[in-house]
Design a binder for this molecule. Structure first.
Ligand code: SF4
Length: 406
């Protein structure tokens, strides 16, 4: 028997067993009567989102801060929670890390002096409405103002969800023409809102137009749909996306509980379509501000074939002070990961420079001393190590001396 025929008889490998992390399904949860075929249908999920106080009150007890928040913060960012994500809420825990992300609180109506409506300075970097061109070689294309659910700390809450005075008015043709005429742009990030909320046909129209521009080398999609609405990641969507490689997707998961079996399967479908994925999470007080929570999150992400990419310090968006941690907390988390787990698991902690400074990396200090003799470093255990001054510097010096002697 040839080697080939032996391998033909092997059954396909199963996903790796996961002894340290689990991916439970929470469905159907608060919707026990619902037919499972509806449950797996993303259109049913969208139609049955929780958007009103009376709906939510029937399902879980609310705190007075949440009740007031739902009543008063509605013109800032709508409340909308998919049944899938709502099921992750622990009804008996007022400090549940899931509810803090999606249920408004009265604190959202308080604005701190340092907070802004556009903390990343996007509106002042739009050559065409809906297209943010801040870095020379890449753009952010805002393709919709809607998401499957709304995060209470959303950086773009000034335009997202359609309830505030400011509207996203993307000028499609002008944006495409700008990109066609701007050869330095090699990378386009589709965001919003959430680009994966568009229909397959609409999204393909955008992707194909971008793909036809010769200088655009790759396209990224920023999406929280795999977390909020994993049912949307259909085989048909994955097949369509796979026609536009190189295509990357940045997902957005903040807490390990968000990685359910449905989410894991959705991420597997995307990965099997050849789409590299990274995770962008936001550091949030009472949600994921501990090393243990972050470690569990990043380990589960790797199992789902998603590389932890950025950990953001929460932007200075109006009404988000109650969710922001100190910067020291972020540094401690990175310090608690670096050296203590796989390097692939460690995201880059960043602050988006307020007002439009772009992402600025923040790292724990591992350089103890640096002088002409070299550098003193400390490792993750606190042990010190000396590394001599660059041999490159020495070589340049030696070359100079030998030239003089000639
Ligand atoms: S999914 Fe993204 S764009 Fe939508 S509300 Fe959340 S952070 Fe904002």
């Amino acid at each position: 028997m040839s080697e080939y025929s032996e391998t033909e008889n092997l059954s396909p490998p199963q996903p790796a067993a996961c002894p340290t992390a689990c991916f439970p399904s929470h469905d159907p949860g608060y919707w026990p009567e619902e037919a499972m075929e509806n449950w797996h249908d993303y259109k049913w999920q969208l139609k049955n989102r929780i958007t009103r106080l009376d709906q939510i009150e029937k399902l879980i007890p609310l705190t007075s801060e949440e009740k007031a928040g739902i009543q008063l913060s509605g013109n800032k960012l709508a409340m909308s929670i998919t049944p899938h994500f709502f099921n992750l809420i622990d009804r008996d825990d007022p400090d549940c890390p899931i509810r803090k992300q999606v249920i408004p609180r009265i604190e959202e109506t308080f604005t701190d002096r340092s907070e802004m409506s556009d903390p990343c300075g996007e509106d002042s970097h739009m050559p065409v409405p809906g297209l943010v061109h801040r870095y020379p070689d890449r753009v952010l294309f805002l393709v919709t103002d809607r998401c499957a659910a709304y995060c209470r700390y959303c950086t773009r809450s000034r335009v997202v969800s359609g309830v505030s005075d400011q509207r996203l008015e993307t000028q499609w043709e002008a944006a495409f023409q700008y990109l066609e005429k701007t050869p330095q742009v090699r990378d386009v990030l589709l965001s919003g809102g959430d680009a994966l909320l568009l229909s397959d046909a609409r999204l393909e129209k955008i992707l194909s137009r971008l793909h036809a521009i010769p200088h655009i080398q790759f396209i990224r999609i920023g999406s929280r749909i795999p977390i909020f609405l994993p049912q949307r990641i259909t085989p048909e969507l994955c097949t369509m996306l796979s026609r536009y490689h190189p295509l990357f997707i940045s997902i957005h998961a903040n807490h390990p509980r968000e990685l359910t079996s449905e989410v894991r399967e959705a991420l597997e479908r995307l990965a099997n379509a050849g789409i590299p994925m990274g995770n962008q999470s936001v550091l949030l007080k009472g949600v994921n501000d501990s090393v243990e929570t972050q470690k569990e999150l990043v380990h589960k992400l790797l199992i789902c074939r998603v590389r932890p990419y950025y950990l953001y310090q929460c932007d200075l968006i109006e009404g988000s002070a109650h969710l922001r941690t100190s910067i020291d907390k972020g540094i401690q988390i990175i310090e608690g990961l670096r050296g203590h787990t796989t390097g692939y698991a460690i995201p880059q902690y960043v602050i988006d420079g307020p007002g439009g400074g772009g992402k600025i990396p923040i790292n724990p200090e591992y350089v103890v001393k640096q002088d002409d003799g070299g550098i003193t470093l400390r490792n993750y255990e606190g042990k010190r190590f000396e590394y001599p001054a660059s041999t490159e510097d020495e070589r340049v010096q030696n070359d100079k001396v030998s030239r003089k002697l000639r």
